[in-house]
Design a protein around this ligand. Structure first.
Ligand SMILES: O=C(O)CCC(=O)C(=O)O
Length: 357
């Protein structure tokens, strides 16, 4: 008598050994009475997680080790389907102007369908200044747990971007976020919350694993490439496009990535009427002062500390400096109407037929 566990193991082995579909039952030898019953081949869903993809209960030490080596990780199910639905509803209200009018974008007519409104936007900066629901994502427990694992016990948030990226909208060329939001200890971390399933087709994030490690901010140049919006492209780094990894994720997953990691996204090429929505928040250690933006009264850069922040974990050693509100929400141009409003006046796409005025 074969014990049940051994029988199950043998059955599994038989399943694995026959890559073709064998007759359901056959005799090995005509005079041999043992009948071997072969089960139809099973295509089982792999239980092996993709490297860098973690569940909320994953071992923090393993997550940290992957993050330190690669500069990113994916937290699967970081937000529940109900939370994602609420964030999508809020996205629509923000785009319609129902959470406050956006610069140069009057409130939508109530009769205008949501799809028509949403398709006007590539991205809205600082949505957390408009919406308590958006700001709430800074404090979500799985996010904070991951941030304290990869940054340290004291964490502050300072920036958010709400990508709508409807079909046909461009991506962002290779860049490092510390080029825009400087930390003093290389702890800048993006949390990229997928509100739709993000795929290569609809313009998911691509990363160059390990590219954060040299700790160098590479030179940036205008790219002139219609696949990308008006932000410049990092160049002259020792990595090639074929080393890039697409970070495809389900809605509710969160991609955490280091501020020195080279990353980009390509245009949304999915069918019309679809979106690749994501909410990206930025954080760093509270210990890092932040010389971001214009210093008031010509204060020395090294002394300046941007204080439009939200403490999400631990303590702020500079709390005595107080807190303030500096940024206001804005709409990021897609480049489809030119780049003048992005401080890129004179930046023309390679197929621009006529120079802009
Ligand atoms: O979501 C995207 O398409 C690009 C996001 C990005 O580059 C960023 O968050 O820095």
């Amino acid at each position: 008598m074969i014990p049940p566990r051994r029988r199950a193991a043998l059955a599994r082995r038989r399943t694995l050994c026959y890559p073709f579909r064998p007759p359901h039952e056959f005799r090995l030898f005509p005079n041999f009475r043992l009948r071997v019953r072969l089960r139809p081949i099973e295509i089982r869903k792999s239980k092996i997680a993709k490297p860098g993809y973690f569940s909320p209960d994953a071992d923090p030490a393993v997550m940290k080790a992957f993050y330190e080596a690669n500069g990113y990780l994916v937290l699967e199910n970081g937000f529940t389907p109900a939370q994602v639905e609420e964030l999508k509803r809020e996205t629509t209200l923000i785009c319609r102007g129902e959470r406050g009018e956006l610069p140069d974008h009057p409130k939508a007519d109530p009769a205008e369908p949501d799809d028509s409104v949403l398709s006007r936007y590539l991205c809205i900066h600082f949505p957390h200044k408009l919406s308590a629901v958006m700001e709430g994502t800074f404090h979500s427990a799985p996010t904070v747990k991951t941030l304290t694992t990869i940054i340290g016990p004291n964490v502050k948030g300072m920036q958010s971007m709400l990508f709508i990226k409807s079909s046909g909208k461009p991506g962002q060329a290779w860049h490092q976020d510390e080029d825009y939001i400087p930390s003093r200890d290389r702890t800048l971390t993006g949390s990229w919350i997928a509100l739709d399933r993000a795929t290569v087709e609809n313009g998911c994030l691509w990363v160059l694993p390990g590219s954060h490690r040299p700790g160098i901010l590479w030179e940036q140049r205008w790219h002139g490439d219609r696949r990308f919006d008006c932000a410049e492209e990092s160049v002259n780094f020792p990595f090639t496009d074929d080393q890039a990894v697409p970070v495809e994720v389900e809605a509710g997953s969160v991609v955490f990535f280091n501020g020195y990691l080279l990353h980009r996204s390509l245009p949304n090429q999915a069918p019309a009427g679809t979106y690749r929505r994501s909410l990206v928040n930025h954080f760093m250690s509270c210990e890092s002062r932040m010389p971001w933006g214009k210093t008031p009264d010509n204060e020395h850069n090294a002394h300046y500390d941007y204080r439009d922040i939200i403490i999400v974990a631990g303590a702020d050693p500079y709390a005595y400096r107080g807190y303030t509100s500096i940024q206001t929400p804005s709409v990021r141009p897609s480049g489809q109407g030119g780049c003048d409003k992005w401080g890129g006046a004179g930046n023309k796409y390679s197929d621009d037929s006529a120079p802009k005025a």
